[in-house]
Design a protein around this ligand. Structure first.
Ligand SMILES: [Zn+2]
Length: 218
């Protein structure tokens, strides 16, 4: 990150029944997804588009997000049947789904293969960029601290989720425990030791970065 970069606020919303709808988005086409069950991490196939007439052009953004969230929950449920963890996510931009992902921690021996990270990685490949500015991350469960940080790094505009850290805890997952570490526990009480060794050349990588005139800031 460069010194001139600023951290943009990232909106988080939990969609529950009865949420007051306030925002509207005008779009022309609402993509319909083919039935889920495609290859995890690959872009979904848009099988059909519904053209909205000029008179009904304003499609409620929250209705659209509810549809996406429903897909994320379906991905999560399918993930269990396919040997993954019970989490699903997708990235959408401009009213269309860009990429999907599901949890593949145990199947790929990758502790970072959470649904949100998988979806964001796939979306970046699909959009050929490292920035997901203008995108919405839709996930079946509240992002863990790693996924939330990843979304910040990816410059995602907004996160929408359904189940929360308490729901995940009931199923035996540590999302809430890790949030509690960040929010309530000093690092000295973490189950992980963190130590700083002060070496004289510690800033050499940053010096090289700052001196690099053709660097790509992120
Ligand atoms: Zn996560």
């Amino acid at each position: 990150m460069s010194e001139t970069s600023s951290v943009r606020p990232l909106a988080m919303a939990r969609l529950d029944p009865g949420v007051t709808v306030t925002a509207e988005l005008a779009i022309r086409t609402v993509p319909l997804l083919s039935p889920m069950g495609g290859t995890p991490g690959k872009s979904p196939t848009v099988s059909q588009g519904v053209t909205v007439t000029a008179h009904t052009q304003e499609v409620n953004i929250q209705d659209l997000e509810r549809t996406w969230l429903d897909e994320a929950i379906r991905l999560a449920t399918n993930s269990v049947a396919n040997g993954g963890g019970p989490f699903g996510a997708l990235v959408a931009k401009g009213g269309e789904i860009v990429a999907i992902g599901n949890n593949r921690v145990t199947s790929t021996l990758d502790p970072t293969a959470h649904a949100e990270v998988s979806a964001m990685r796939a979306a970046c490949q699909e959009l050929d960029t490292f920035s997901l500015e203008g995108c919405v991350l839709v996930t079946s469960c509240e992002p863990c601290p790693m996924c939330l940080s990843s979304a910040l790094w990816a410059r995602v505009d907004r996160i929408v989720f359904a189940a929360d850290r308490d729901d995940a805890a009931v199923a035996g997952f540590d999302d809430r425990k890790f949030y509690d570490l960040f929010e309530k526990q000093p690092a000295s009480k973490w189950p992980l030791a963190i130590e700083r060794l002060d070496l004289p050349n510690r800033t050499a990588p940053f010096d090289a970065w700052v001196a690099k005139t053709d660097r790509i800031d992120y």
